[in-house]
Each structure stands twice: as C-alpha cells, then as structure tokens.
Design a protein around this ligand. Structure first.
Ligand code: ACM
Length: 489
C-alpha cells in the first residue's frame, strides 16, 4: 500500500508544493528540510558503465557541476523490484542527492525529475525530498504523421527531445500514406523518390534515407524512446500505387495525391506481387528498427472488400512475424484473427468500431489507448484554433487530461490496456512550430495519464502544476498554446 505524502507547504525550510511541481506526478513525494545547492555538485556513479557514465555527465551538466569520485550526487543501479525497469528512487537532502534505479532507463527518468526540480530561472537549488516513482503503463507514446506533411530529421529529433522530458517512451512514426511515402526502400526505390516527392497541399515533401532513419532510431534510443515504424496497409497506399502502378489491381498509372480524403486506395489483395512488395518493405524496415514492433496500420480500408481485408491482415501478420517483429495495428485489425503478442491501437469514436478493440482484447491482444476525442493532438483546442481538424470535436487541455485509459471501452480494462499514445496527424501542420502548438501542452497531460497513478490525479491540481511548465517550455523555445484554462506563470 502506497502512502501519498501530504506536502506541508511554506513552513520553515521545508520544501513547498511549488518546489515539487513535477509532471508526470510521481507516485510518492515526501518533503524534507532545506535545499541542495546545485553549484556544489560532484556526480559519482556507483555502478559505472559507459551508459551510466553518460547519464552522470548529463546530471553534472544539468546541475552545473562535474563528474568525479566521492561526490555528493550519487547514481546507483539497484533498488526494489517495485521500481521495475523504468522507475527510480530519488533522495535529496541539503548535503547530498542519491538517485537509484534498477536499469539505466530508470536513472534517465530520475534525471528528468531532477531537471524539473531545478527552477526554470534563478537560484540553482533543489528542495530536500524523497521520491519513489515508477510508471502506471509500460507504453507511453506519441505519434508523428510524417506522411501528410514531411518533417526533416532535425524536427523529429527535437520532438524526441521534448517527449523524453515528460517520460514518454515510444515514438510511432506514420511513414506512409496516400499523400507520401517517407522511407527509402532499396528494393523499391521509387516509393521514396516518386512517392515521397510531394505532400498535402502540393509542397515538396521528402523522405528519410535509411541512414537518416537509423540516426533517428539511435537518437531516440539514447533518450530511452523506442521508434515504432508504421507502414499503413492495405488502405492509405496511394503514394505507393502511384510509384509502382503494377501494384494496383488495374495496373494503371495515377498521379500523386495532395488532398486530405481517406479510404480510397487499396493494395491488390489478389496479386502475388503485393506480398513480395510487403515482404521487401517489412524486411528492410525491420532490419533498421531494433525495437520489437512493426505497425501495419489497417485503418480505414474502405476500398478493400471486407473478406479481402481479413485475408490480407492474416498474411501480413505472418510476414511481420517472419521478420522477427510483433504486429501492431489500428483497432480495425480486431476483425481479423490475431496472432499472439499483437497490439491494437484503439482510436475510433464509433461504438461499432470500439467493439473491435474489445474483440482484439478477447483474442489476447493488448490495447494501446488513443481515443481520438482525448488524444488526437490534431484536433482543435476550441473554435478559435486555426490549425487542426475537428471531426472528433474540440479537445481542450482539460479534455486531454481528464480520462482514464482503462475506462474507455467497455470490456477493455486494466488487464488489457498496455498504455496510451497521442497521435499527431499532419494534414494541417506544415512546420515543427505548428506541431508544437498542437502537441503542447496537451501531450504533457497525456504523459501524466500514462505515467501517474489514477488515484490522486485531478484537473484542479494538475492545471497549477502545468502552469509551472510555462517558463520551462518558453526557455526551450517551444511554440506552446497558452490555453486560457491554465494560470500560466
Ligand atoms: C486513424 O485515425 N485513421 C487511425
């Protein structure tokens, strides 16, 4: 049984609640007495490996101190099983800081907490306290649609920087859609050179070379974020069909598409070439992706006959498994017979489709919760938002925060839900500044939904903690939306 310590604000030299306004909210925080002065920091590692030394160097940089033996900031690998792979114990006194975790991932998350314990500006000191912290859900993701508009490598890395600050651990890249194919495939080069040559609205588009994609994956890993690649099939494939007309059922050439309709394209389920194509794409992309998952899309396949869809998903699952990856698909794949270790991603508002997530869970699939009305970062905040869409309604900062992943779909509960993910579809976002405006601050709330215990979360309290992120986001140059729901500092 965990006790949530009550913070005794203001009095004497005790840490005030303002001093521990961390997002995501830690599992337990116990206030101490006094402050640790960052200027005196010497960081030591009890369990020195190249990885823990790198984290120690980050901590020294953060505190403005140095790495050295016999320090007053100690990093150690160890701690109770309860911390799991991602949790950490942090103890700050006026004399020393101890950060312990069972895995480097946990140390990294502890460092993100330390970062938020330092003031955004002013005296570099940290309030004395004890924190025990670990995530509620294993899967805490963001999705970037690089197909509708293309975002270059530096934008993606910056986005990874920002999500890692809030302990998100998955970046799902939606790499292909009707409007663009964004990853070079050596055996099918026109996918990128032709299929990647435009985007929504007719801009120049772009694609990642395999080396660039690998650099994104490696960069993400260095921040404990796993990249999940998605090639959307059998629908959302117009850019591929335009690149290789022989993949289309009618074999006819077609121009690229720069509008925002969905549901009009399909791979040709009866052609053998289709499966050779998918096998080549999955093989190359799986080899570039160390993480265990491959997202096959499967959504909105309105141009594929229902019977064909079932056959197609069955075959594609086997191809993905042959290349050593676990299948992820949007909830529509719940119609098909699913293999073991499949994840489905719930998104739809339509109750008939919601039932597909339940059907998937009944087959043993774990469910990633991305309910559109809560987590789709491309929905407008309100009627005054110029960017974004509104088919799932307006999504305020509060809406994105006030929900529980295990109470979204009847019959899909705590045993079934592996976590949360916030997709950002890019029909209207033409720059990283646009992406930041829609993602921040809503994504911060979703990060807390994914990490923090449900008990103890409340909008009234969260909005005050979120307000403190304002100067931090500003210092990072994030183009965030200063929602009137939040009393920004
Ligand atoms: C989706 O929004 N089509 C998954």
């Amino acid at each position: 049984m965990l006790l949530l310590a009550v913070l005794t604000g203001g009095a004497g030299a005790r840490a005030t609640p303002q001093g521990v306004q961390v997002i995501p909210k830690p599992v337990t925080v116990t206030a101490g007495r006094g402050w640790f002065s960052a200027s005196s920091a010497v960081v030591s590692v009890a369990s020195a490996t190249p990885e823990t030394r790198r984290i120690a160097a980050d901590v020294a940089g953060l505190l403005g101190g140095r790495v050295g033996p016999g320090g007053n900031v100690m990093l150690a690998l160890g701690g109770p099983a309860r911390l799991g792979d991602e949790g950490y114990d942090l103890a700050v006194t006026s004399r020393a800081i101890t950060l312990a975790a069972r895995k480097p991932t946990g140390l990294f998350h502890g460092v993100q907490t330390l970062r938020q314990l330092l003031p955004a500006t002013g005296a570099r000191r940290i309030p004395a306290l004890t924190i025990r912290d670990y995530p509620r859900f294993a899967w805490r993701g963001a999705m970037l649609d690089v197909a509708r508009h293309f975002f270059p490598v530096r934008d993606v890395k910056r986005f990874i920087d920002l999500i890692a600050l809030y302990k998100l651990n998955r970046l799902h890249l939606h790499l292909s859609d009707d409007q663009g194919w964004r990853i070079a495939i050596r055996s099918w080069p026109r996918l990128a050179t032709h299929g990647g040559s435009t985007e929504v609205g007719g801009g120049r588009g772009g694609y990642y070379t395999q080396r660039q994609y690998a650099s994104i994956v490696a960069y993400a890993r260095s921040l404990y974020v796993e990249v999940v690649p998605e090639i959307d099939m059998p629908g959302h494939v117009h850019a591929a069909l335009s690149s290789y007309p022989k993949l289309a059922c009618d074999g006819k050439p077609s121009p690229l598409y720069t509008g925002i309709d969905v549901g009009f394209s399909s791979l040709c389920v009866d052609k053998q070439l289709t499966y050779a194509f998918v096998d080549d794409v999955v093989e190359e992309l799986a080899a570039l992706t160390p993480g265990p998952w491959f997202h096959i899309g499967g959504d909105e396949a309105a141009a594929t006959k229902p019977r064909d869809y079932l056959r197609f998903i069955g075959r594609i699952q086997r191809i993905v498994e042959q290349h050593g990856k676990h299948v992820i698909g949007w909830e529509e794949i719940g119609r098909a017979r699913l293999g073991p270790d499949t994840l489905v991603q719930h998104w739809n508002l339509d109750p008939a489709k919601t039932a597909l997530s339940r059907r998937a869970a009944e087959q043993g699939a774990r469910v990633i919760m991305s309910p559109a009305a809560k987590t789709y970062l491309d929905m407008k905040y309100d009627s005054s938002t110029t960017l974004g869409l509104r088919w799932a309604g307006y999504t305020s900062v509060r809406d994105a925060y006030v929900w529980d992943p295990v109470r979204q779909v009847p019959g899909v509960g705590a045993r079934d839900v592996i976590g949360v993910e916030a997709p950002l579809w890019s029909e209207t976002t033409r720059s990283l500044a646009d992406v930041e405006y829609l993602a921040f601050p809503r994504l911060i709330g979703i990060a807390e939904v994914g990490w923090s215990p449900a008990r103890g979360r409340s909008w009234a309290e969260y909005r005050l903690r979120l307000a403190v992120q304002g100067p931090r986001l500003a210092a990072l140059g994030v183009n965030f939306y200063r929602s009137p729901e939040v009393p920004w500092r």
